[in-house]
Design a protein around this ligand. Structure first.
Ligand code: UN1
Length: 496
């Protein structure tokens, strides 16, 4: 007899409910192809219900004192800590990342819960002097209203946490649409919020596709702001649609992140950073390193040692403790990644290792791809310019620091960059001139912490930042308040 599939629901107005028309979609383990559950295949009617619930909850929530909102977030942090292992295991099955990384993903949610809970006792505004006597001038932060959070599959709990927690502490209410590939991790986060005592309607979950749920949410007249992480193509569509109603939008999009290794670098350390940044999460981080920019003097040595290390990486199910690299998210992504091999060769690059799907033994069940290093890559080749989002690293040789920085800055993206050097002057110059939102010195391109702003320059987004003190700028509206206690009309810029 076939095993019954777990059946999950949307969360709207404090109740778990099916999609209005009862439709469902399967979600599969990318390492085995096995179905892990059925999720609502929602549509515009579900979006309407969720936005109405969020709208109805807005006044109650925005008038709840921020420290009290923070207390709920502290409880979310505690509950996530208790459930960390269980959620991490579900995440590995749902998304494929290895268990240690899935634990890190949940930890990022915990970190954000505590950080934003603390913001409940800050949410700093401004008190400034007035130019007139007996008059006070202050700026306070107000929530925007109902926020749509549209999140990707590569950080199935961390990114929903970044967005929802920042939105909620500021007094907004939220409709969360998780990626179609990872609804379960988001659902587990929403369960935690419900168990922590979040009032009904304050956070709603609607599972479904970008066209059936995402776009109707972006276009809904009662949605005031949209926080989106995903591809550049979809980000542009979101921005164009939201512009019709002058809605506020934050976009966190692609990356083409590079590690620069100078001749004087600690090579062993650099190799550790390269391996972790290029092949961790199977290269499926926005911050993943996909270009290795290496100075001429050590290029051959570094390449040789890199290939030896890559050959040792073990592919497998993320729950197997021996696995270093899990599967890609699905077969379509594997085909996309593989398509770049022909592109690389046509442009004159060499496939130094990998370059094919990994199908030996049990790997045949999943969407695995061999960790791949391309050598002889020139900065203008497509593989050095386009985001591949897989375990593919391009090696580019340069002569000088100036050239390395120019190559780093010579793509449409500007998320993360890194330099390995022992020369303080080179490091300092790189910190100043690398045109990315995140810069690492003697560490790889991944591993941003939540207490600093996260985001990129140029084509990586539209200039906003998530996390840290950057997040509140997006999720709040400034209100300037003047209080005249002189008892007479004082005209600004005229009376003194
Ligand atoms: C992402 O890839 O979209 O800095 C997020 C990092 C993680 C977050 C990545 N803390 O790699």
């Amino acid at each position: 007899m076939a095993e019954a599939q777990p059946h999950y629901q949307n969360y709207i107005g404090g109740a778990w409910v099916d999609a209005a028309d009862g439709r469902t979609s399967e979600n599969r383990d990318p390492a085995t192809g096995k179905v892990i559950g059925l999720f609502p295949h929602s549509g515009p009617a579900d979006v309407d219900r969720a936005v109405a619930a969020a709208r109805a909850a807005l006044d109650g929530w925005r008038l709840t004192p921020a420290p009290k909102r923070g207390e709920i977030l502290y409880r979310v942090g505690h509950l996530l800590t208790e459930r960390k292992e269980a959620i991490a295991r579900l995440m590995t099955r749902e998304m494929g990342k290895v268990l240690v990384e899935a634990r890190g993903d949940v930890q990022e949610g915990i970190d954000m819960a505590y950080y934003m809970a603390g913001e409940g006792r800050r949410l700093f505004g401004a008190v400034v002097p007035s130019e007139l006597r007996d008059k006070a001038a202050l700026g306070v932060r107000e929530p925007l209203g109902v926020i749509a959070c549209i999140t990707p599959w590569n950080f199935p709990l961390a990114i929903p946490s970044w967005k929802t927690m920042a939105a909620l502490i500021a007094g907004n209410t939220v409709v969360l649409k998780p990626a179609t590939a990872t609804p379960l991790s988001a659902l587990k986060l929403v369960e935690v919020f419900a168990d922590a005592g979040l009032p009904p309607g304050v956070l709603n979950l609607v599972c479904g596709t970008g066209s059936d749920v995402g776009m109707p949410l972006v276009q809904h007249p009662d949605v005031a702001g949209i926080s989106f992480t995903g591809s550049n193509d979809v980000g542009r569509q979101v921005n164009v649609a939201a512009a019709q109603d002058l809605k506020r939008v934050t976009l966190e999009l692609g990356g083409k992140n590079a590690i620069i290794v100078m001749d004087d670098a600690d090579l062993e350390l650099a190799l550790d950073g390269i391996l972790w940044s290029a092949f961790g999460t199977t290269g499926q981080r926005c911050t993943a390193c996909s270009r290795l920019i290496v100075q001429r003097g050590i290029r051959a040595t570094l390449e040789e040692r890199l290939l030896a290390r890559v050959a040792q990486l073990r592919l497998g199910h993320g729950l197997d403790p021996d696995t270093d690299v899990g599967p890609l998210i699905n077969q379509a992504q594997r085909e996309r990644v593989h398509g770049y091999m022909a592109v690389a060769q046509a442009d004159g690059a060499t496939i130094a290792c990998g370059g094919a799907a990994a199908t030996a033994g049990a790997l045949a069940q999943g969407s695995f791809y061999q960790p791949t290093v391309l050598t002889g890559v020139r900065p203008t080749m497509r593989v050095a310019q386009e985001e591949i989002f897989g375990p593919v690293l391009s090696v580019i040789e340069v002569a000088t620091l100036e050239e390395a920085i120019a190559v780093n800055n010579g793509t449409r993206y500007g998320l993360s960059s890194a330099i390995f050097t022992r020369d303080i002057n080179a490091a300092q110059t790189a910190m100043r001139d690398l045109d990315t939102g995140i810069v690492y010195v003697n560490a790889g391109t991944i591993g941003a912490e939540i207490q600093l702003p996260f985001g990129g320059t140029r084509g990586t987004g539209n200039g906003h930042r998530e996390a840290g003190m950057g997040a509140l700028e997006f999720f709040t509206e400034w209100k300037a308040i003047y209080i005249d206690y002189s008892g007479r009309l004082q005209r600004a810029q005229i009376d003194c």
